[in-house]
Ligand binder design. Structure first.
Ligand code: UT7
Length: 356
């Protein structure tokens, strides 16, 4: 049996502030019942001002490095997935190398695959390890989504519980235009350390990833790129064009169709049946999406994992967080076949098979 790229350590962190649905109701026109029923989310975390995506990534990476029991200097490649980078450029990879204090020459690659960033990261790391170009890779998925919400300081102070003055009626009304997105997202980072497998049969078995840019406008940020001149303007800011635009229903339909198809494709390609998979780890965008996937596949509750209730959608961070929680709680045991699956803006989707 061949050796595969193995995850030898993992860790995650969330933003500092836990924001309940009740609190969100004071920011936008929504209700705890609506959010739970339509998304499954009960709370999400947001960062304190000043905490950046690479700050979260740093803390998650330090946990993964400690968990792997490696020396920091063993890392000879960094792969960073995010859709909320600290800066327009450069990407977060090099900034993380600096914050971690890694050797200066360590290559750092940024990938932009949104909710499938971790899946594309796993495939990239697998290729780097198999080719011998890297020996020990740090792969991070990190997001600070709260940066999308253009609330003035006094509203953040209220959200974080440091002020008793709620948003005015006008502010509440204005923010409610993006209530479908405001309730969905959370800030977090997850990291893993990958190495060429030393134990036969354990590690990444295969990856099947797909992309199709046809309907990208169903989920994207309209401004802040070279499609506009100037790429940023006062008018665009006032029109809230830095907030992602989302056709929720269309994304939902795509997710419940393409994610089960990706699982079927990877099982077929590896002559496996669904029964061989001990646990499906789906991207956490909406609990209803994952319940639908479970139903389509006919999986019992103990063979699919969800934690969106506690974190919301943390985009590139959802899968490393889910993996870390499952390994640490014993839900994933040595020898288990795990299937990571996701779909995200672009659109990109796919599955990765992993033997623990
Ligand atoms: O990782 C990829 C990221 N995104 C996704 O995966 C998104 C996938 N899609 C979804 O999760 C769901 O489509 C949403 C959660 C975004 C929306 O749920 P839905 O069941 O598709 O709701 P809807 O868009 O059909 O809206 C139903 C109603 C609308 O009101 P009217 O027009 O029926 O009066 C919305 O205005 O719900 C309203 N609504 C809300 N009400 C209370 C939308 N957002 C909210 C809200 N609170 N937060």
């Amino acid at each position: 049996m061949a050796t595969h790229s193995q995850i030898i350590g993992s860790g995650f962190v969330t933003g500092e502030h836990c924001i309940t649905n009740e609190k969100m109701c004071q920011m936008v026109d929504t209700s705890d019942a609506w959010i739970r029923e339509r998304t499954g989310i009960e709370q999400r975390y947001m960062v304190e001002h000043g905490t950046t995506t690479t700050d979260l990534a740093l803390r998650a990476s330090q946990k993964a490095i400690a968990d792997a029991g490696i020396k920091q200097d063993d890392i000879d490649y960094v792969v960073f997935a995010t859709m909320t980078p600290d800066y327009y450029f450069p990407g977060c990879g090099g900034l993380l190398v600096r914050k971690l204090g890694l050797r200066r020459s360590v290559p750092a690659l940024d990938i932009r695959q949104q909710c499938t960033g971790f899946l594309f990261g796993l495939q990239t790391c697998d290729a780097l390890l198999k080719s011998g170009m890297a020996k020990t890779i740090l792969l991070v998925g990190a997001e600070v989504h709260s940066v999308f919400f253009p609330w003035p300081k006094h509203q953040w102070e209220f959200l974080f519980g440091r002020s008793d003055v709620p948003p005015t009626k006008e502010e509440h009304e204005w923010s409610s235009q993006f209530r479908d997105r405001a309730v969905l997202f959370g800030d977090a980072a997850g990291a893993v350390i990958l190495r060429s497998g030393t134990e036969e049969g354990r590690g990444i078995i295969d990856s099947k990833l797909f992309s199709d840019g046809d309907s990208f406008e169903d989920l994207y940020v309209p401004t802040g790129g070279a499609a506009q001149r100037p790429y940023m303007s006062h008018e665009a800011l006032d029109a809230a064009q830095l907030i992602p635009v989302m056709n929720g229903k269309s994304v939902f339909r795509r997710a419940v169709t393409l994610m089960p198809q990706a699982i079927a494709a990877i099982c077929d390609a590896n002559k496996l049946s669904l029964d061989d998979i001990a646990l499906v780890l789906p991207h956490q965008a909406n609990l209803r999406i994952n319940l639908m996937i479970q139903k389509v596949l006919g999986l019992p509750d103990d063979r699919i994992f969800n934690n969106i209730q506690r974190y919301g959608n943390t985009t590139a961070a959802t899968l490393p967080i889910a993996y870390d929680e499952c390994v640490k709680s014993g839900r994933i045991k040595q020898g288990d076949l795990v299937c990571f699956v996701g779909l995200g803006a672009g659109f990109h989707w796919g599955a990765v098979l992993y033997r623990q």
